[in-house]
Design a protein around this ligand. Structure first.
Ligand SMILES: C[S@@+](CC[C@H](N)C(=O)[O-])C[C@H]1O[C@@H](n2cnc3c(N)ncnc32)[C@H](O)[C@@H]1O
Length: 286
């Protein structure tokens, strides 16, 4: 790791400035690998998560942790660090207006296509533990029960392997309030014990989980009809976001839809191709 040689060395560095520098190094490593920006407001939370890791590893301080990241075990530790510093908050039918728009405006044409034998592909990019992808599958099956026998698939990917494992297991705590708010949860899950529920087989069969870092090359072939990337780019810098939008356009069908989170916007050169079609969703034009 290179040190900054542009400023003269402080003859009496305080422990704080040395910790600040180490935190800065960690933040730039994280941003380069994942796109995630550790802004000032996130520093406290990040330090507390890292402190736990340092304790578990018996590592003295953030400077020693930076040495570990740049040493022979650095690549493996970087993956552990990413697991610590991602924010995985999600829930079934989060931002319900998107599922309403899917049901009324987007799915009817797509399901017509599927009924006629074409494939329909949907990508939940940055899916966390899978509630978003399962909510999609439930929305489709509720409106078009025959879709189970058509070629309709949802790819659910995230950088964090732990949340992908949760999605693959397909077991979630679902409260009675959530079921009242979203009755399809009652139809498409089975209670195991207490609040623990398992997502039904037919829903799970439509969703395929995989680990994927959005900053790395994407191995998927074929184009998506719908991409949901919600509450993911909010953690990225504007430049990183603006590099990502055209990449989504490249893997989408013309006329396909991109759905993003409530506080996110498509900006930069890709605005020419993504035409607003509703609340935080866009239609791709050629
Ligand atoms: C707040 S969750 C959003 C989950 C879901 N889309 C939703 O709206 O409920 C953000 C997810 O983005 C994932 N993520 C962050 N950076 C990523 C990257 N570079 N590549 C893939 N996933 C990433 C995190 O691991 C996390 O699970």
């Amino acid at each position: 790791m290179s040190s900054d040689v542009s400023a003269p060395a402080d003859p009496n560095p305080s422990p704080h400035s040395s910790e600040d520098a180490a935190f800065g190094t960690i933040a730039s490593i994280l941003q380069a690998e994942t796109g995630i920006e550790l802004t000032k407001g996130k520093r406290g939370l990040a330090i507390s998560r890292l402190s736990r890791r340092l304790r578990d590893l018996g590592v003295r301080d953030l400077n020693a942790y930076c040495d570990l990241l740049s040493g022979p075990k650095g690549a493996a530790e970087l993956q552990e660090m990413i697991l610590l510093l991602t924010t995985n908050v999600t829930r079934f039918f989060r931002e319900p207006h998107h599922f309403d728009a899917l049901r009324s405006a987007i799915l009817p044409d797509l399901m017509e296509k599927a009924r006629a034998g074409a494939k329909v592909r949907i990508w939940s990019a940055g899916c966390s533990s899978g509630e978003e992808a399962f909510s999609l599958a439930m929305t489709i099956l509720d409106a078009f029960p025959e879709a189970a026998s058509w070629d309709v698939r949802i790819l659910a990917t995230d950088i964090d392997r732990n949340v992908i494992d949760v999605g693959r297991r397909g077991r979630f705590r679902i409260s009675e309030e959530e079921k009242l708010a979203h009755p399809v949860l009652e139809d498409f899950t089975e209670r195991v014990t207490g609040d623990n529920h398992e997502v039904c087989k037919v829903v799970r069969s439509m969703v395929q989980f995989g680990c994927l870092n959005l900053q790395h090359p994407w191995p998927m072939q074929g184009k998506f009809d719908v991409v949901l990337c919600r509450n993911v780019v909010i953690y990225f810098s504007q430049e990183t976001q603006q590099r990502l939008w055209p990449r989504f356009a490249n893997v989408m069908q013309d006329g396909g839809h991109l759905i993003i989170g409530h506080s996110e916007r498509v900006t930069g050169p890709a605005v020419k191709r993504f035409k607003p079609a509703g609340v935080t969703y866009y239609e791709l034009s050629a």
